[in-house]
Ligand binder design. Structure first.
Ligand code: BG6
Length: 517
């Protein structure tokens, strides 16, 4: 009997050929704030320039202060000119695009204002043909999320209708999504009163980065990596997110968050899951996220004693970075003089499943480090027997496949080669793929990709609630352990270095070293 071939699912995850955005209105709450100014408006403009947006596409900026449509358009133009990768704005494109920009004054906690917003949206639907399709972007402090979601719902703007029959509504929320597991669940409970899980798009801008999306392509579109992508061939995985910047003007938020909640709970966990997940059955949003959740479930949260041995926290003191004098964290305006907030963290964890049992994953992240670099390094086992004795081979580094997320985006494979000449001398060399030179095009910004995906109704690149939950479970265990540790467990480090020297111990006691980047 001949078994009929199964038609492959249409390629998803941005690889489908034609994808059309339906006419819609994006309602931005917090329209006069920094996120809107620096990221959202420039991203929307770049999308308009590259034309995936339908001509009916409309933006309604919502905020507390009084602004006219014209003022909002003017402010939006400044955003594009200052922050778009395609600045200055093209007069012809801006002329048409900005006609779809409107402003609506609203107090987040005043239900009546949502009635008038609903009327305004109806009127715009009639004028611009946006078919009652709405995306609400909450670019506000998270404390407003429940109030806004509830008021939208009460004003007839939320609803659980995602069928597309009478228009659809979606809501995008920024991080932080909660402060721990309990608050994340409570926040989700509030949002669910007004929106179903399918309507909630939790943004993690790392998922919008080209290089992050390429992790899946590297793993699942090539035949050579998957057979060796497991405990039999891989010795360890290191994920580094190093930044030179300090906390800037975000002290209030950062004092509450710290490095672990700010970067590890979300961005670094996303990198980890993409590297460690099993192949999904297809690239549907749920198929991909099911596999990511399985990875998170396989990480056993630390027992109390393990927090002290397998995690580490640090805080930068005053010093120099790039030839400039910088303040220590505790001297930054607004930071408490004895602040216990960490600006550096390193940890070791295990994914307890068939693929990864026994392979340590080392993660490190810090602010005010020596350089800005995000890298995932897959370090392979050494050869079982060293044939090339006395050739330098015993000093050689093991093979490493490094995925450079930013900057100098690319992938390198480190391997040993013979130094040309009569002697048998070996040296490690790199085989490099660089996005810039291979494709010669500038990748879109993360927000461009993510806004577009939401307009298309594809939530593959957004965090599902159970991903958030399992990730918080791990972070909470660390935070609980840290809370019991003495103040001396917060290690000071000098700006412009690779963080506290104690971080070396965390990996060196396993007979390994951090990558020299
Ligand atoms: C944000 C964090 O989510 O990501 C910041 O809140 C951090 O503290 C930033 O600096 C890093 O993003 P990127 O894209 O510059 O790596």
């Amino acid at each position: 009997m001949q078994i009929p071939a199964i038609a492959p699912n249409p390629l998803r995850f941005g690889m489908r050929t034609a994808r059309n955005v339906q006419p819609c209105i994006m309602v931005i709450f917090g329209a006069t704030g920094d996120l809107t100014h620096r990221k959202l408006i420039p991203a929307l403009y770049n999308l308009a320039l590259e034309q995936p947006l339908p001509p009916q596409f409309t933006v309604v900026g919502v905020a507390r202060r009084a602004f006219s449509d014209e003022q909002f358009r003017q402010q939006a133009l400044e955003s594009v000119n200052n922050f778009s990768r395609r600045s200055p704005a093209s007069p012809a494109v801006w002329e048409t695009f900005s006609k779809g920009f409107f402003y609506h004054q609203l107090q987040f906690d005043n239900p009546d204002d949502y009635q008038s917003l609903a009327e305004r949206l109806k009127q715009l639907d009639a004028e611009r043909g946006t078919q009652s399709n709405y995306i609400y972007y909450l670019a506000t402090p998270p404390s407003f999320y429940p109030t806004i979601a509830n008021n939208l719902s009460a004003g007839g703007l939320g609803g659980h209708n995602n069928s597309g029959e009478q228009g659809w509504s979606r809501i995008i929320v920024e991080k932080p999504f909660g402060h721990n597991l309990e608050s994340a669940l409570a926040l989700n409970h509030e949002l669910n009163k007004a929106f179903s899980e399918q309507q909630i798009y939790r943004i993690d801008h790392y998922l919008g980065k080209e290089t992050v999306q390429n992790i899946m392509v590297l793993r699942f579109a090539n035949g050579i990596f998957e057979p060796i992508w497991n405990r039999r061939y891989i010795d360890n995985v290191q994920i580094t997110v190093a930044e030179t910047l300090g906390v800037g003007g975000r002290v209030d938020y950062y004092e509450e968050a710290g490095a672990l909640r700010d970067m590890v709970q979300n961005h670094m966990m996303q990198l980890l899951t993409l590297v460690a997940m099993e192949p999904p059955v297809n690239f549907d949003a749920d198929a991909v996220r099911d596999e990511k959740v399985k990875v998170l479930r396989a990480i056993t949260p630390y027992a109390e004693g393990e927090v002290a041995s397998d995690t580490l926290r640090g805080q930068y003191g005053p010093g120099m970075i790039g030839g400039e004098k910088v303040l220590g964290y505790r001297e930054e305006p607004g930071v408490k003089a004895n602040s216990p907030t960490e600006t550096y963290t390193a940890l070791k964890l295990f994914i307890e499943n068939w693929r990864w049992a026994g392979v340590p994953f080392y993660l490190r992240h810090g602010k005010r480090l020596t350089k800005r670099i995000t890298e995932i390094a897959i370090q392979f086992n050494r050869p079982p027997y060293l044939l090339f004795q006395g050739t330098g081979a015993d000093q050689m580094q093991p093979n490493v496949l490094s995925l450079r997320i930013q900057p100098n985006e690319g992938i390198s494979l480190l391997f040993d080669a013979k130094v040309p000449g009569q002697e048998m001398q070996l040296r490690s060399v790199n085989m490099d793929f660089l996005y810039g030179s291979s494709f010669g095009v500038e990748p879109p910004e993360a927000y461009e990709r993510l806004l577009l995906e939401c307009m298309l109704g594809d939530s593959t690149l957004f965090t599902r609630i159970d991903e958030t939950e399992y990730s918080w479970r791990l972070i909470d265990a660390i935070e609980r352990g840290w809370a019991k540790m003495p103040a001396s467990a917060l290690h000071q480090y000098e700006p412009g270095t690779w963080g506290p020297k104690e971080a070396a111990t965390l990996i060196e006691r396993d007979g390994r070293t951090w990558r020299h980047l």
